[in-house]
Design a protein. Structure first.
Length: 458
């Protein structure tokens, strides 16, 4: 058992229990074992973390987010709804929908939670969504047991009810999400320490630390001259590269070279390590070491399903619950369209659209998938192949044709097949006879002629 493991368990019990929600179950001071301070702001100094946050925020921010209404024919966009204007165009006066979603999701990724105050109008409808920095918010339970949000301002704090706060949570086991940066601090600190090592190595003239062996005693003046020579050689990428030793002096390196420390391999591993924390595939942060052109399209679809969709669901669920009221009798809900991110190449899309059209999907709906205008009322018509029919009539037709009897040297068909002959042979002058007592009638002359031609071919 690790020493002082009971302390960690006690802290977990203290932070994870009780009526007050907790944002973490670990002790976090910001200082890592790599002697690098890591927080949400310094994390963005790492290129991989920056690329992960940029990809997810841009992917979610660019999606069309509309208010939908359930109808008898399915669902339709409620463009006139006030919430649709907030989510699709401008949530508040300070920023548009794209930047608002970027800011909200960026806080949720780095700090585990994103908050926005819901401003209501006189009708009780949402009027604006004002983002609040997570470091200003403390989530707690009031005397009634319901959640409330204490927001700290310059002049003190104010309490907001849960219904007045748009709260997007990250992963966690309660009403408050966990901060990825706090749990990934060691991985991020290691990556930043490696980056500092590389920058120092090149900044110091790509020369490692070492010692100078002097066989004879040197005067203090000579030692100062030697130090100045060595400092001039080591300092800066453009420092002088040649130092002259005399008196049998020798230089011996002490620091480990980057090749020995596997510097490049370590940097590549750290890219994949940080991507795991943010659930972003490495190829989305331009780490194409193991990606090929044959599987890059399928990986692009996979990242939408595994990385983007969970955050989309978090935004949709919070909006559906907070922005339409508790009852929502008219059946409104919000939806982000992922179709733009799931599009394949042109050939794949054309095959899909062709299959949809054969299944009876109107042309105007297919054009809408490509953000193209419809062609008018003619595009609302559904088309199906002539060879397609339901299974029941197909089996009945087959059985009836096999068991058709004969009468007086002539072929006899049911009355329904008489109608079929009259429809298919418009030039027939003689109509099929009416149904007899047994429910059958004689075939028309067109049917007889057709039968004779079939015998001649045989």
């Amino acid at each position: 058992m690790k020493p002082f493991a009971w302390v960690s368990r006690a802290i977990n019990r203290a932070t994870g229990s009780g009526s007050q929600p907790s944002a973490s179950r670990i002790v976090y001071t910001g200082r890592t074992r790599a002697r690098v301070y890591v927080d949400a702001d310094t994390t963005l100094k790492n290129a991989t973390a920056w690329a992960c946050v940029q990809y997810l925020t841009k992917a979610v921010g660019q999606l069309p987010w509309r208010v939908m209404k359930e109808t008898d024919r399915g669902s339709e966009v409620a463009a006139s709804h006030q919430v649709d204007r907030l989510l699709h165009r401008r949530p508040c006066a300070d920023m548009g929908a794209f930047n608002w979603r970027q800011a909200m999701l960026g806080n949720a990724l780095l700090r585990g939670n994103a908050y926005a105050e819901i401003q209501w109008d006189n009708r009780g409808m949402p009027f604006a969504l004002w983002p609040i920095h997570p470091e200003r918010v403390t989530v707690r339970r009031g005397s009634t047991g319901e959640l409330e949000y204490e927001v700290w301002n310059n002049g003190g704090s104010s309490i907001l009810a849960a219904k007045d706060v748009f709260h997007v949570r990250g992963f966690g086991d309660g009403p408050v999400g966990y901060s990825v940066v706090e749990y990934a601090a060691e991985s991020i600190g290691w990556a930043q320490a490696t980056e500092i090592f590389g920058a120092t190595f090149f900044g110091e003239g790509m020369n490692p630390t070492g010692v100078v062996e002097i066989p004879n005693k040197i005067s203090p003046e000579g030692l100062e001259v030697l130090k100045a020579e060595m400092k001039k050689m080591y300092t800066g990428p453009r420092g002088e590269r040649t130092v002259f030793f005399d008196g049998g002096m020798k230089f011996q390196r002490l620091a480990m070279e980057p090749e020995t420390a596997q510097f490049i391999e370590t940097r590549q591993h750290q890219v994949e390590e940080i991507c795991r924390w943010f659930s972003v595939p490495p190829h989305k942060v331009m780490h194409l070491l193991r990606s090929t052109f044959s599987n890059i399209e399928h990986q692009a679809i996979e990242v939408v399903v595994d990385s983007v969709t969970p955050w989309v669901r978090a935004f949709e669920e919070e909006a559906d619950y907070k922005l339409f009221g508790g009852m929502n009798r008219q059946g409104f809900y919000t939806k982000m369209s992922l179709q733009a991110l799931l599009r394949g190449d042109n050939d794949s899309r054309m095959k899909i659209y062709k299959g949809l059209m054969e299944l009876g999907v109107p042309l105007n709906r297919i054009l809408a998938l490509e953000d193209m205008n419809g062609i008018g009322p003619d595009g609302d018509v559904s088309f199906v192949s002539n060879n397609v029919q339901t299974l029941g009539p197909a089996n009945r037709n087959r059985v009836a044709r096999i068991h058709t009897p004969r009468r007086g040297g002539r072929r006899v068909c049911h009355a329904q097949y008489g109608r079929a002959y009259r429809t298919s042979h418009g030039g027939c002058r003689r109509r099929c006879a009416g149904p007899a007592q047994d429910g059958r009638g004689a075939c028309c002359s067109a049917g007889l002629n057709l039968r004779r031609r079939q015998r001649q071919r045989l």
